[in-house]
Design a protein around this ligand. Structure first.
Ligand code: SF4
Length: 336
């Protein structure tokens, strides 16, 4: 793991905050001037188009500049349902924009690039899930399907209850069954299995970003900085979680880093989370895992501006699909 750091400088300029060591031209002065112009244009467009911008924690730092809210996918979907604006621009990946639509079916939900998918969400489809569920129910008639929110609307629609990385254990403990088909992240499933006595049957899927991180990379950073606190996301492999100081969702990382006495943290998740932490907690140092999600990084300021101007790409789900998917999300709110 190549550790990077980027502490905020006094000027607060994007250029100084976010120079990435192995990509020195990424935030050149010229690019920062472009960013400034785009930020002003998007801010004006938001007002004209009655739109709110929601940005996931893993987005590029300049996207945070135009976002009204930054957070994890579910926090953002809930925010979208609470705000007055009739249009939501979701700066994140496709399943997240779908979740916002599921919770706000009456609103127009736009994603700046509809190709922004997710290797984890794409590892399961509704048809194969139903086939596996029905086969397993011959052996376990009480089997319950618990799906991580990183799934498509179609998969949510055939799910009994959704969960997030922060409430997965609680949801599994709360359902009225001892047999759980946990979809789609095998790493999160293994983490849950270590915290419950229930029978967890894991779907074979993973997030390519988290799955490629290995313990040797973390130990290398630890040897160089023995006091560093290692925060790992539960989508990481078991051998990585075993050596972490804390296993946390992205929101959990924010809270932990704010409250913990340590001054330096190795943030073992998608790289953008370190930028978010740095913005929120500028007096501490955050070392990145150098793992960029290629899907998250498809979202740009230019795409966000175009989404507002052209009203694209709109998330379209039938009312029937929205209703079926919403019931598994609402069940999670009841349990989790
Ligand atoms: S980081 Fe992983 S889970 Fe998140 S959008 Fe990218 S591929 Fe999907």
């Amino acid at each position: 793991m190549q550790a990077e750091t980027g502490n905020a400088k006094d000027s607060g300029a994007l250029f100084e905050q976010f120079t990435v060591l192995d990509q020195p031209n990424l935030y050149s002065r010229e690019r920062c001037d472009d960013i400034q112009r785009l930020v002003e244009e998007i801010t004006q467009l938001k007002r004209e188009k009655d739109a709110v911008i929601l940005a996931h924690n893993y987005q590029r730092p300049e996207i945070f500049e135009v976002a009204d809210f930054v957070g994890d996918s579910l926090e953002l979907a809930k925010r979208g349902a609470q705000v007055e604006q009739g249009t939501i621009v979701f700066c994140g990946v496709h399943f997240m924009a779908e979740t916002a639509k599921i919770l706000s079916p009456e609103k127009r939900v736009l994603i700046p690039d509809s190709n922004a998918g997710c290797s984890l969400a794409e590892s399961v489809n509704a048809e194969s899930l139903v086939d596996m569920r029905d086969e397993l129910r011959q052996q376990y008639p009480d089997l319950v399907v618990v799906s991580y929110v990183n799934t498509t609307a179609e998969v949510k629609a055939v799910t009994d209850v959704c969960c997030t990385s922060s409430n997965a254990v609680k949801v599994v403990e709360s359902v009225d069954s001892n047999n759980i088909l946990f979809v789609p992240d095998e790493n999160l499933a293994a983490y849950v299995a270590r915290h419950t006595s229930k029978n967890i049957i894991a779907w074979e899927g993973n997030c390519y970003v988290h799955h490629q991180i290995n313990p040797e990379q973390i130990e290398e950073v630890r040897r160089a900085r023995p006091d560093i606190r290692v925060l790992a996301h539960p989508e990481c492999r078991k051998d990585v979680l075993d050596i972490a100081d804390a296993v946390l969702s992205t929101s959990g990382m924010m809270k932990f880093a704010r409250e913990d006495d340590a001054k330096e943290f190795l943030v073992v998740t998608e790289c953008g989370m370190s930028d978010r932490l740095l913005l929120e907690i500028p007096d501490k140092r955050f070392f990145k895992s150098c793992q960029l999600c290629k899907y998250m990084k498809m979202i740009t300021l230019e795409g966000t501006r175009d989404a507002l101007v052209e009203g694209r790409d709109e998330i379209k789900l039938t009312a029937e699909l929205c209703d079926a998917a919403r019931s598994s999300v609402e069940r999670m709110f009841e349990l989790g």
